[in-house]
Ligand binder design. Structure first.
Ligand code: KG4
Length: 348
């Protein structure tokens, strides 16, 4: 069984995964209320919180699993906030030494990339390898508050970075747009809710894409265009037309994700398309990308809501799924933190 720890940002998480059966437990302590009043994550406070919460979470996990059954410890060693990563890695090494088991470093972004395959494992652990192989090569879209990444996963389970954003991430664009519209943080879920009663064609925002033929994303112009639009409007009008503004703005962000995903799918012979990261919770985006995959006659996969944010379940799963790919760090008790760890080294 794999015992996993995650502390790359403001979530302290622990999970136990049995490759033959699935998750035994998944625990998360969120610090969101602590950082809310500061308008963002304060690294020093976040690391102290990890220090305070890892002990109790590990203890809780050990009420449902015997430490003697743990064969491996998996921990996020990057990318993330240095002081936060250090808490998880230090805890993992201590547990590894105490239990006499190896400690594996997992790349947080790669764990997101593999998170869309977790439901396939849950459905039938014994058939996972066979079913997984049928879905490769795979195109993945990872969209969160910090990343917008298109990547491919080939038959040998190697990840290749295809495109990223030249400026803001998609979630960041939604959060910044929401702030301009006077909504709270995180803005993505609020924009989604308000947009449901708005008209996507009410306002015209620039297409949030770089060159037509490029797969790269660019969202900063879109945010500026929303600012200019709002400057032209009276507060009462903004209030009255908030739903239309949210719908049109969100649609512009998603249009870029849809267009570039379609372009990437047309350029490769993919057998599945996956959506992961915090923005993957958006039902409008899910429906749009599901229809893109249908258009290509391939399977659409998405991460479960509990695996879209920071969590230890996906860390355990990636440690297992990447056990033979070279995607995990096996330096064991010498494991170091890697705050700027990239998704993949290869860029095509
Ligand atoms: O992966 P995640 O939890 O964390 C970081 O990247 O740190 O993603 C958070 C992002 C935020 O930008 C948030 O606004 C966005 O995911 N998000 C959503 C939704 N739920 C979370 N965006 C659009 N619609 C949602 N339902």
């Amino acid at each position: 069984m794999i015992f996993a720890l995650e502390s790359s940002c403001d979530e302290t998480a622990v999970a136990v995964f049995d490759p033959a059966k699935g998750f035994v437990t998944e625990l998360v302590h969120s610090q969101i209320t602590l950082h809310e009043s500061y308008g963002g994550v304060v690294p020093d406070l976040a690391s102290r919180e990890h220090l305070a919460h890892f002990g109790p979470l590990v203890k809780r996990a050990l009420t449902v699993v015997d430490a003697g059954a743990i064969t491996k410890i998996a921990v996020t060693n990057g990318p993330g906030l240095a002081a936060c990563l250090a808490m998880g890695v230090a805890t993992a090494k201590s547990l590894g030494l105490a239990w006499g088991v190896p400690v594996i470093g997992v790349n947080h972004l790669r764990a997101h990339a593999f998170s869309t395959f977790i439901p396939l494992h849950t459905e039938n652990p014994a058939a996972f390898e066979e079913e997984f192989a049928k879905l490769l090569p795979h195109l993945g879209l990872l969209v969160s508050g910090g990343n917008t990444i298109l990547f491919s996963l080939d038959e040998a389970r190697q990840i290749r970075l295809l495109a990223t954003t030249m400026d803001d991430a998609a979630g960041e664009a939604l959060d910044k747009g929401a702030k301009l519209l006077g909504l709270g943080y995180p803005g993505g879920p609020q924009v989604e809710k308000i947009a449901l009663s708005g008209n996507v064609n009410a306002f015209e925002f620039p297409k949030a894409v770089a060159q037509r033929s490029s797969l790269e994303f660019s969202f900063s112009g879109l945010k500026t265009s929303l600012r200019y639009q709002l400057e032209k409007m009276q507060p009462e009008e903004i209030e009255r037309r908030r739903a239309d503004l949210c719908a049109s703005y969100q649609n512009a962000v998603f249009n870029a994700l849809v267009r570039k995903s379609k372009l990437a799918l047309e350029r490769g012979a993919y057998r599945s398309f996956g959506l992961s990261g915090g923005v993957a919770n958006n039902k409008t985006l899910q429906a749009q990308l599901d229809s893109v995959a249908r258009g290509q006659n391939i399977s659409f996969l998405r991460a479960l809501p509990r695996h879209t944010g920071d969590n230890a379940g996906m860390i355990a799963f990636a440690a297992w799924a990447e056990r033979e790919t070279g995607g995990v760090n096996e330096t064991n008790y010498a494991l170091e933190i890697a705050p700027s760890l990239p998704l993949a080294l290869a860029v095509s």
